[in-house]
Design a protein around this ligand. Structure first.
Ligand SMILES: Cc1cc2nc3c(=O)[nH]c(=O)nc-3n(C[C@H](O)[C@H](O)[C@H](O)COP(=O)(O)OP(=O)(O)OC[C@H]3O[C@@H](n4cnc5c(N)ncnc54)[C@H](O)[C@@H]3O)c2cc1C
Length: 316
């Protein structure tokens, strides 16, 4: 989407409690990109999802503050996405969807701390850390989300979790004010962080001085491991289910003979049973049906209830 463009297409006149006038008022004075009836599938790694009433790309943190204040005043809901742990339903998302791709600055601070704006991709931050010989983010190699999304999800791998690296989080709260939240005040759980409501617009990560070639080697090894074990050539949203206590969702699904199970173009990956892949034209309804099928089979066969790691949002 072209920054600053104002492509006003048809939006339904009334959505629940808000009207088209409310949507226009919520984005008034916004300096970043705004597009109406924006197809969200192109913003997700799954390549699935209906449109947003309005998709916005804030130019900077001030823009986020303005939007939150105006959206709240008009009672227009907003949702923030990076797009790599999401299944957006086929009816899309009502209200405002915010993509922070424009918040992409990184700076080095004293004592091996990096500050990254919320829209910085984790791969970009790792690349920056490598170039500055800063160690400590190698665990995250291959996670495609934004740093903000990684904090919200407490993203993690076998090697570590976001909570091990975060020093503090900069947020825009629901009043549209910027607040800094030290990591010590955040409760991090398995694939979620209990943050105050609002938008994560920046993250401080605490790293340590290291040897560039050594950091690079660990990152490359982990990327190779991922390439060998995960279906990275096909659209997906990473692992669909959380691992149940002391077991692995992938192991249970594979043992149930569900690799390759399919609904429409949604398929349980042959390479990694906890991934579902989009074989072409999968709809969200296909993925949710496949999720239901896998869950019932695992409950029947192993007596285990699989909880979702994937976030499912939007209207059917
Ligand atoms: C190939 C592949 C491999 C993956 N491997 C891993 C892995 O190893 N480990 C792992 O943990 N995950 C993995 N993931 C999943 C995903 O990358 C992570 O969950 C990541 O943290 C999601 O970040 P995101 O920016 O895409 O957020 P999204 O998926 O868009 O959003 C996740 C949640 O965070 C919220 N959110 C996002 N940004 C903000 C913000 N700025 N402010 C407030 N709320 C926000 C959203 O509203 C949503 O509720 C993988 C995904 C793929 C496609």
């Amino acid at each position: 989407m072209k920054r600053g463009s104002r492509r006003v297409a048809t939006v339904a006149k009334v959505h629940g409690q808000f009207t088209k006038t409310d949507l226009l008022a919520a984005v008034a004075g916004f300096r970043g990109g705004v597009s109406f009836q924006a197809p969200l599938r192109v913003y997700t790694s799954f390549r699935i999802g209906g449109p947003a009433d309005v998709l916005v790309e804030p130019a900077d943190t001030e823009d986020v503050c303005l939007l939150v204040r105006q959206a709240r005043a008009r009672k227009v809901p907003f949702f923030v996405l990076g797009g790599t742990n999401l299944l957006i339903r086929d009816g899309g998302i009502r209200g405002i969807v915010m993509n922070l791709a424009g918040l992409r600055k990184i700076r080095e601070e004293p004592d091996s701390v990096l500050y990254a704006e919320g829209g910085v991709g984790m791969p970009t931050l790792i690349g920056y850390a490598i170039r500055h010989s800063l160690a400590g983010l190698e665990w995250a190699a291959g996670i495609p989300g934004t740093v903000a999304g990684c904090v919200v999800m407490n993203a993690g791998t076998k090697l570590g979790e976001m909570k091990d690296s975060v020093k503090a989080v900069r947020m825009v709260n629901m009043k549209g004010q910027v607040v800094d939240v030290p990591a010590a005040q955040v409760k991090f759980e398995y694939r979620r962080a209990l943050l105050p409501p609002g938008v994560v617009v920046g993250v401080w990560v605490q790293l340590r001085q290291g040897i560039r070639s050594e950091i690079e080697r660990v990152v490359k090894d982990y990327l190779h491991y991922r390439r060998d074990t995960q279906p990275l050539a096909l659209p997906s949203a990473g692992c669909v289910f959380k691992n149940p206590p002391s077991d692995s969702a992938g192991r249970l699904i594979e043992a149930a003979g569900l690799k390759g199970a399919r609904v429409g173009d949604a398929e349980v990956s042959m390479k990694h049973a906890n991934f579902m892949v989009n074989r072409g034209q999968a709809r969200a309804a296909d993925v949710t049906a496949l999720i239901g099928k896998v869950r019932s089979a695992i409950r029947r066969r192993a007596g285990v209830r699989l909880d979702l790691e994937l976030k499912i949002v939007g209207k059917t």
